[in-house]
Write a protein of this length. Sequence first.
Length: 495
Amino acid sequence: MEVKPDPCGVVIFGASGDLTHRKLVPALFEQFQRRLLPETFFILGCARSELDDQVFRDSFRQYLLSREVTAGAAEEFLKHVYYLSGSYEDNALYKRLSERLTELSEQEWTAGNCLYYLATPPSLYTTIVSGLGLAGLTSQESGRWARVVVEKPFGHDLASSRKLDSALHQWLSEEQIYRIDHYLGKETVQNIFILRFANAIFEPIWNRRYIDHVQITVAETLGVENRAGYYEQAGALRDMFQNHMLEMLSLVAMEPPATFEADRHRDEKVKLLRSIRPFSDNGLGDWLVRGQYAAGAAQEQPLPAYRQEKGVNAESQTETYVAMKVMVDNWRWQGVPFYLRSGKRLAKQVSEIAITFKSVPHSMFGKIAPERLQPNVLTLKIQPEEGIALTMEAKRPGPRMCMSSLTLNFSYRDAFGERSSNAYERLLLDCMVGDQTLFVRHDGAELAWTVLEPVINNWQTSVDNCPLEFYEAGGDGPQGADRLLTNDGRRWRPL
Ligand SMILES: NC(=O)c1ccc[n+]([C@@H]2O[C@H](COP(=O)([O-])OP(=O)(O)OC[C@H]3O[C@@H](n4cnc5c(N)ncnc54)[C@H](OP(=O)(O)O)[C@@H]3O)[C@@H](O)[C@H]2O)c1
């Protein structure tokens, strides 16, 4: 990124919480270390917990010092960190916030620019934004800017997402709203775009003539951990598909925008979401599988069932796994299935997009039938490995015509040496420079809910169509997910 961000303050609501401690402040610190933050800045944490500046700074000190930095560098950063406590529902909080911001803006020379980060439970988003609005903190007078970062989930379904949007738009223009999906900040996800549109060789074959199908996988080994309160309400469909999975599908399948401008890019993603064939109640089970992990084991250690996890209802119907087949009804993709799967407590942690090309139409190699020649697979590896792999057939050395599949591998780490930056580091800087390219626009969020709405409604009203299947913790997921592909004569890539 070349543009230096404007001086600004970052106000984090929910600052006593997990996201602030694990992701946000560490990301800001990394950027501070790399001298990518604005020349002048401050961070003001805001939450109900009664802390003061010192206690709040102390809560980060240990982490900062674990980053192989000098105590001096950590203190230099922490000098700019402040805290304000209060209740989000209380208008007095926003009055005190306004006074504190005026003070800090003068003291730290930030020209009144402010980034508000909503790192609270989503039920508080509208309360906080209207508190900010009533206190005049969302206005952008005299050249200063005010931007609000909204964490996922953006609503719970189509109706609640529309309601959230209209509440946000009461005080903010769309240009002030940054709906964050941290997957879009990952280097490897951004690289999908570069791979497709900065290399001439892919675009001519990136279509139904050459591509057989696409698999998008986000598998986690972790269970629900300490997020049962949230996850019981959300489940895998809302937690992963409304955002990360459909975003990745859009990036793989969208048309090239004319320029890399935020709205041109987001226009194309929206067009793609509009082309997704709607799910219907009829035969939904042929298109979707939902699962929940039962007890199992990993590395010879027993793992509890989801229903035995702390905070989970013993008869919970919440899905911890979803696999779906998606068809994109447009000229480029007609007839090419996109298989998406994501689940918790699976055998391996892996996020990848695998594009399987069609087999050769004819085999000239004697007895070797064309279908015995392995199709080329281009795999975009998102995590934990970051890179690209392409499998191809090659002749094995020797007098006979024997073939093997081999893989060309590109690894980010080997090629570029340095660690790739954390998604939040990139996205926070984008907010500061006012670049919305990697953020979700209101119509994109709404369309993603529109795609999933028939599924959500069906699952609420009928269990017969797409029953919850149990799978062993530490395994590959429910058997029904395999059927989704074997019915089409295909198989999932091994995890
Ligand atoms: N953690 C992650 O890795 C992650 C990843 C993606 C998205 N998100 C999203 O980011 C947001 C924050 O996540 P988080 O994990 O940091 O949440 P969290 O730790 O559960 O909550 C953040 C803070 O909000 C306040 N809070 C919690 N429950 C509250 C309630 N019922 N009423 C009023 N205040 C309450 C608490 O501060 P006080 O009690 O001091 O006010 C808490 O420290 C959520 O919307 C989450 O969905 C989180």
